[in-house]
Design a protein around this ligand. Structure first.
Ligand code: NAD
Length: 353
């Protein structure tokens, strides 16, 4: 089987991660070199055993099959278009680019040249996301009505390009886009409205804490939270369905549970809560024996998500034996939501889609 040559533009944190992981884990693709605007990063590529190109032009001249674009976000569009025009397939890091207008320019070149253009939405291979997918697919909690997807850090933004607006910095581009992509893959329905609060808590130029509310046509309300100054985080996922609740506490150290009622009749007189300031039936917990806990449907063995599938798919698309997994339509859909987030945050208004 043909082994494809991949060259990297932007040999920083993520560019070097791809280089190492493709080399170790992807038999169909060989990293043939890298270009970075900084001489020290070109030296780093050489130290890691890859050829360092003096310019993007020099990289294109070696005719790699695939170009990986892993620069700051504001350069994604120009490098992706240049690479496709030079005959290369493109894998671009997320966010695909800065807005839908840029995305349409990229897609037009992909369609005109017939070159593959796809985006490394690697969070589609996270185990927590697959558990949620299985819960919804197997109807384990009934029809979901609230879905919360949240991430909490406490170190703010790295003081690099991620803190600069012109470079495409800020957490909407950095993390929220992963979470929007995941939610749109989970919910096969139209988003009808978007409300977003993009706060600049400790960074003047870009959003460092975001809260997004999406409403779907079927009534589902989704909340996405990215908080970079939070010392006490909340559950990574919390989904309320009309027949159960799912919680996944942590996305790295997967643990959580599904709780359902094992009887439908409610004894309202039992367990009334009396407080010094009043009483409540509605907020009194159900007796423990009326509840059932189900294990998380964690995919195992061959069903477990494996990141290699991303590049295996890229190779198969180039062979002509598969359709691309991360499609232009999916990119359009998530970018439309991201555009609406920026618009909503700027106007403090709900944006109807
Ligand atoms: P980084 O700062 O570590 O690396 C970026 C590199 O690009 C630097 O070495 C820099 O010198 C180089 N560069 C800057 N301008 C350039 C230009 N005009 N031409 C060539 N090289 C240039 O940043 P990073 O964390 O590696 O992020 C790079 C991209 O990867 C971003 O788009 C980011 O959103 C994405 N990313 C994705 C994930 C993921 O999980 N999918 C994780 C981290 C970063």
């Amino acid at each position: 089987m043909k082994k494809y040559k991949l060259a990297i533009i932007g040999y920083g944190g993520m560019g070097s991660w791809h280089a190492e992981n493709i080399t170790k884990r992807i038999s169909r693709i060989e990293v043939c070199g890298a270009y970075d605007i900084k001489p020290e990063r070109r030296a780093a590529a050489e130290k890691d055993g890859f050829k360092a190109f003096a310019s993007a032009e020099a990289l294109f001249e070696t005719k790699p099959d695939i170009v990986l674009v892993a620069t700051p976000n504001n350069f994604h569009k120009s490098y992706s278009i240049a690479a496709m025009k030079r005959g290369c397939a493109v894998v671009c890091e997320k966010p695909v680019c800065l807005n839908s207008r840029e995305l349409e320019e990229i897609i037009a070149v992909s369609e005109k040249t017939g070159k593959l253009f796809t985006v490394h939405h690697n969070r589609r291979w996270d185990i927590d996301y697959h558990i949620v997918k299985n819960v919804l697919r197997d109807n384990l909690i009934g029809k979901p009505y609230f879905l919360d997807s949240r991430l909490f850090g406490s170190k703010g933004l790295p003081g690099d390009w991620r803190s600069a607006k012109a470079a495409g910095g800020g957490m909407l581009y950095d993390w929220a886009i992963h979470m929007i992509d995941q939610v749109l893959c989970l919910i096969d329905d139209e988003v009808t409205s978007v409300y977003c609060q993009a706060l600049r808590v400790n960074f003047k130029g870009v959003d460092d804490c975001d809260r997004i509310l999406l409403t779907f046509k079927n009534g589902l309300c989704v909340q996405i939270v990215v908080d970079t100054w939070c010392y006490i985080g909340e559950n990574r996922w919390h989904i309320s369905g009309d027949d159960g609740t799912l919680v996944i506490h942590d996305w790295l150290d997967i643990n959580g549970k599904i709780i359902k009622a094992n009887i439908k009749e409610i004894d309202w007189e039992r367990g009334i809560i009396f407080t010094p300031t009043g009483r409540t039936k509605t907020m009194a917990p159900r007796p423990k024996e009326n509840l059932a806990e189900l294990p998380l449907p964690t995919p195992q063995g061959a069903d477990a998500p494996h990141w290699e599938e991303f590049y295996e798919n890229v190779a198969a698309v180039l062979d002509g034996t598969a359709e691309q997994l991360i499609t232009h339509e999916q990119l359009r859909r998530s970018m439309k939501v991201l555009d609406a987030c920026f618009k909503s945050a700027a106007r403090n208004a709900v944006i109807k889609l």
